[in-house]
Ligand binder design. Structure first.
Ligand SMILES: Cc1cc2nc3c(=O)[nH]c(=O)nc-3n(C[C@H](O)[C@H](O)[C@H](O)COP(=O)(O)O)c2cc1C
Length: 179
């Protein structure tokens, strides 16, 4: 497991090579098994292969042109209805204060990390992108207002081996017994 964690890199160059359907299915199996608060499983995923839709998403994601080389995008969505069983109609965006929003984002982020690590395990490369606003992305994919887009993941066979980005030392991030 630590090998996959160590080798994963945010990859922004991709080969012109299709990703096999079985590998995509295995990725989603890793996501399906992720833990979540009260086992709510609020994550939903939209696989995008259409060149036209990828263009639109890239434009919404701060025109990060490198994204277009990836054969697939996986749009990761957190669904508030998992916590608001009364089907309340709420509008979620960057300014929403709903406590449920934090919970569904937290849980969906766990599942996304499963996806990134399983992709690495399968010899695939990814980059989590999130340089967008909710109201720019949601209409492109007809995502309802009560959902929250946590990221657009580019996925494919990598065509670069980026250097490891620096990380903080353990003594800066881990404390024992108290803050
Ligand atoms: C929530 C999130 C959003 C990110 N958004 C972008 C993005 O919009 N564009 C991009 O090029 N990289 C993006 N990244 C990748 C980070 O820059 C990258 O994870 C970080 O620099 C560490 O590098 P590494 O992933 O190769 O270890 C994002 C990563 C995360 C976790």
């Amino acid at each position: 497991m630590l090998e996959a964690i160590k080798n994963r890199r945010s990859t922004r160059k991709y080969q012109n090579r299709k990703v096999e359907r079985e590998k995509i299915e295995q990725l989603f199996e890793s996501v399906r098994l992720a833990p979540s608060g009260s086992n709510t499983q609020p994550w939903r995923f939209i696989v995008v292969e259409s060149a036209e839709t990828k263009e639109k998403l890239t434009a919404a994601d701060n025109h990060q042109k490198w994204m277009l080389a990836a054969p697939l995008f996986i749009v990761c969505v957190a669904d508030s209805q998992c916590r608001m069983g009364n089907h309340a109609v709420i509008k979620l965006d960057e300014n929403s204060a709903n406590p449920e929003l934090k919970q569904i984002i937290r849980d969906t982020a766990i599942a996304i990390d499963h996806l990134l690590l399983e992709a690495e395990n399968l010899g695939l490369s990814t980059c989590w992108t999130a340089w967008f606003e909710q109201n720019a992305v949601k209409p492109i994919l007809h995502i309802p207002e009560d959902k929250y887009v946590c990221g657009i993941i580019t996925l494919g066979y990598g065509d670069e081996m980026p250097k490891q980005r620096p990380r903080k030392p353990l003594n800066e991030i881990v404390r024992y017994e108290k803050w």
